[in-house]
Write a protein that binds this ligand. Structure first.
Ligand code: MN
Length: 415
């Protein structure tokens, strides 16, 4: 805990308006929504490697995937379900009996049954009426319950759907046995204030036994909205390592965990000191680089260069760091560069037991600044161009696709 004589803690003043559960159930979606990040795919063995670390770190539930997607995906779910993980293994299914059967067959103990709720999804995507959605939901929830599974019921686009329909649908699936209800902000349009209003209304009208949320990051609000949901009493937030996921991604595991732990003092049961290791493993296996300025796990998150900042940090880390890097398994880096000040150079010299007179320090500092200012950016720029080539449009190239079109014999119809 932070020394209260040095900094004020206003979080304690708002604790009366929060309804945080004592033991949150961290529900990881890295291997499902995270894998749906454009260009990302994990082999069954890679999924197992990530799942083992997630489980070891203390994640409660992990979504292994959707077995009906492919044979390989079914094998991955099966592999994780039988790996003896401490975390509960969940697999996802549409409100289609064959999907639910595939989950039952996989050996997963938990299922997430999902269907869309908003009018735009029903009319244009599912081409189903509300009555049809309700009937399919009830049928598959009962099917999964009869097989002894823990059932989470999820609607996509919950927060853009008519509330009367949401209320009726969730009430009925809960009565049919659904254990956990998931509200989704599928396109990330909620703000903390609106989401609070929505969830309070949802809790009043639906009375969920167990509330979970799925928040997307289209406006950069996924973590904030997830935290809001926790403040409203949600038990099982959906999270993804490094904030992976469709488009701009989902709420990030590390951000949600540290907000709860470091800001609100909630014991999440997560081994936070392993979060950086997990972040790097997922970065490597997904091939999606973590942004340098990403909270907690970005490479710059505990680096300091500017003179005023390094001076402050060297005097007391609390000046410019809200938490110690070791908490998330990291180290602090002092960067020598254009903005370096005298204190950092003095500190660096100490590494070899050296001290210097002021004129020599000034001279050394001039060299440090001049050298970094003169440094060529050619390599960095080349790397960035290559990075863009690989990432702006991952997946198959047009050339690869049109070659396949020819190979299967699709030809233009001649006039
Ligand atoms: Mn999603």
């Amino acid at each position: 805990m932070v020394d209260a004589t040095l900094v004020e803690d206003y979080h304690s003043r708002t604790s009366g308006t929060r309804h945080l559960v004592e033991s949150p159930v961290l529900w990881d979606e890295t291997l499902r929504d995270g894998e749906q990040t454009p260009g990302v795919h994990f082999s069954p063995e890679e999924k197992l490697q990530i799942a083992e670390l997630l489980s070891d770190i203390g994640v409660s539930v992990l979504n292994a995937g959707i077995p009906v997607v492919s044979e390989k995906e079914a094998r991955a779910v099966d592999l994780l379900a039988h790996a003896g993980l401490k975390a509960k293994v969940l697999a996802a299914a549409r409100t289609v009996p064959d999907d639910v059967d595939a989950v039952i067959k996989s050996g997963a103990s938990h299922i997430a049954i999902f269907v869309a709720a908003s009018n735009v999804h029903l009319q244009y995507k599912l081409k189903m009426t509300q009555e049809e959605v309700l009937a399919a939901s009830l049928k598959t929830v009962r099917q999964a319950k009869d097989a002894g599974l823990h059932v989470a019921f999820v609607t996509e686009d919950t927060v853009r759907a008519p509330f009367d329909f949401v209320e009726r649908l969730y009430r009925e699936v809960q009565a049919a046995g659904a254990d956990r209800l998931v509200v989704s902000d599928t396109v990330g349009i909620m703000t903390p204030l609106t989401f609070r209003w929505y969830l309070e209304e949802f809790c009043r009208r639906v009375e969920p036994r167990d509330l979970s949320v799925h928040c997307h990051n289209d406006f950069g609000l996924a973590t904030a909205n997830t935290l809001t949901a926790m403040e409203c009493g949600a038990t099982a937030p959906h999270v993804c390592v490094n904030g992976l996921g469709e488009r701009a991604g989902n709420a990030s595991l590390e951000e949600v965990v540290l907000c709860l732990e470091a800001l609100y003092g909630v014991h999440t049961g997560i081994k936070t000191e392993k979060l950086f290791e997990l972040s790097q493993l997922v970065e490597e296996l997904s091939g999606v680089p973590v942004a340098a300025n990403k909270a907690l796990v970005g490479y710059n998150a505990f680096s300091h260069e500017a003179g005023i900042h390094t001076h402050g940090i060297l005097a007391h880390t609390l000046t410019y760091e809200p938490l110690q890097p070791e908490v998330v398994g990291r180290e602090r880096h002092m960067i020598l560069g254009k903005h370096t000040g005298k204190t950092a150079v003095v500190e660096k010299l100490k590494e070899r037991g050296l001290t210097a007179s002021d004129p020599l320090l000034v001279e050394l500092l001039q060299h440090v600044k001049a050298e970094t200012e003169a440094r060529s950016k050619t390599d960095l720029r080349r790397f960035l161009m290559e990075y863009r080539r690989l990432f702006v449009r991952p997946g198959l190239s047009d050339e690869e696709f049109w070659t396949m079109v020819e190979a299967v014999g699709i030809r233009p119809v001649s006039a």
